[in-house]
Write a new protein. Structure first.
Length: 228
């Protein structure tokens, strides 16, 4: 989980640098000066470009959310698999995930093979592989999706009450999807949010995700996936 947390903080730093630049370009009525030996040129960041730059905030914030959650789930799966635990040694949530992964084709399996599989379950090692096709992650990461993963895998979804259950991550997800699918232009998206609005969204999303990752780290470190 150390690598996941390190990557998360590196991406947060990228976001902070973008917001710092955005503040300078918008708040200070910035001009960009291009100089060469012949004719210096000046470029002004106008209102239309400002809207486009503001809309980009949703893309980089969503990138942080989806990458962090994907890596965290993969880490949970890898950590559980590395322990070589038997079926009866893990919590019910993990049993369900493992059974779904290992025996999802029971409908097309003969009764004899099913009986053999059931007989062997008790001694099988729990080996959970990350199946992204079954997680429905792409474009769908918000606080509700994170809570679904928490219930499914058994880690805590509790975060600080001031973070309002990560409500602003839903805004980020929706805005990102509208932009990605061409349902709204960058200028139209950006005009709806001031830099102050975006700062509030960014601050809540980053703090909420950091809380979630800490919960997952505790889940892994304390081996909460094991039967007590």
């Amino acid at each position: 989980m150390t690598t996941v947390l390190s990557d998360f903080e590196a991406r947060v730093l990228e976001i902070e640098r973008y917001f710092e630049l955005l503040n300078l370009l918008i708040s200070k009525e910035a001009e960009l000066h291009f100089r060469n030996n012949r004719q210096p040129q000046t470029f002004t960041v106008d209102a239309e470009l400002s809207k486009i730059l503001r809309a980009n905030c949703f893309l980089i914030l969503y990138n942080l959310a989806e990458s962090s959650i994907r890596q965290s789930i993969l880490e949970i799966h890898d950590q559980i698999s590395s322990k070589q635990l038997k079926f009866q040694e893990v919590k019910d949530e993990i049993k369900k995930v493992w059974l779904n992964n290992k025996y999802k084709n029971f409908k097309t399996t003969s009764n004899e093979d099913i009986l053999i599989a059931i007989t062997n379950i008790a001694n099988d090692m729990i080996d959970i592989r990350f199946d992204e096709s079954g997680t429905n992650l792409g474009g769908n990461v918000d606080a509700q999706k994170i809570r679904e993963f928490a219930r499914k895998l058994g880690f805590s979804d509790k975060t600080h009450h001031k973070l309002n259950n990560g409500s602003k991550l839903h805004i980020v997800k929706n805005r990102r999807n509208h932009l990605a699918h061409g349902n709204i232009s960058f200028a139209n998206c950006g005009r709806e949010y001031s830099i102050e609005d975006l700062e509030k969204i960014k601050n809540q999303v980053v703090k909420y995700l950091r809380n979630v990752l800490k919960n997952i780290k505790k889940f892994i470190d304390e081996e909460q996936f094991k039967n007590s």
